[in-house]
Design a protein around this ligand. Structure first.
Ligand SMILES: [Zn+2]
Length: 199
């Protein structure tokens, strides 16, 4: 019987994201240990890591790209179109699914990107720890929820893993099977997903 799919929507691999110390073989090991059947790989401006992983491992991989923009900080882009993902330039903001993930993007007050996105990343594994520890005010989460409601977009969770201990710290629940990118995108667009954070 099918149970809810827990998907880490934000993962960086060593060798593909310069800032990451999370090796491909460590991800393989964690996927086995945690019994994860689907994970995203979202390196900075490349899907090469995701493609390499997909070629050698049976886990379902949702390839994405984290794109740095001049105006609103970083966004995650997912698409069924692999060539499109490969083509994303560092300043592109025209993704088919965009998730602004930085506090700065919201502080800027620029809502042009917000009007185009399908989801906001409510929980990010790297800053959510700080929020729960009290060093970042929890009102940020309240603000994110207000924005998601105002712009009628879904909310997701992703660990933003740069090392093995961060994997699945934040994740997104999908109530229906995620067999491919299409299933992933559809459930986000239909607001069926729920963000989670592991303390
Ligand atoms: Zn990231």
């Amino acid at each position: 019987m099918y149970s809810i799919e827990k998907v880490d929507t934000h993962v960086h691999l060593e060798g593909y994201s310069p800032c990451s110390n999370f090796e491909v073989k460590e991800l393989e090991q964690l996927v086995e240990e945690k019994n994860v059947s689907v994970t995203c790989i979202t390196d900075h401006h490349t899907i090469d890591g995701a493609l390499e992983y997909m070629s050698v491992h049976k886990t379902i991989i949702i390839p994405g790209v984290e794109v740095t923009t001049n105006s609103v900080g970083d966004v995650l882009v997912f698409s069924e179109d692999i060539e499109y993902l490969k083509s994303l330039a560092p300043t592109s903001t025209t993704g088919k699914i965009l998730m602004p993930i930085t506090l700065e993007s919201l502080k800027s007050g620029d809502d042009r990107v917000l009007r185009k996105v399908d989801a906001l990343e409510l929980y990010n594994g790297t800053y959510s720890m700080a929020i729960f520890a009290g060093s970042v005010e929890a009102k940020h989460l309240v603000r994110m929820k207000e924005l998601a409601k105002a712009y009628d977009v879904a909310m997701t969770g992703g660990s933003d893993s740069h090392m093995p201990t961060q994997f699945m710290r934040a994740y997104t629940e999908f109530p229906e099977p995620v067999r491919n990118v299409k299933d992933f995108i559809r459930q986000i667009k239909e607001h069926k997903v729920t963000p989670h954070f592991n303390l």
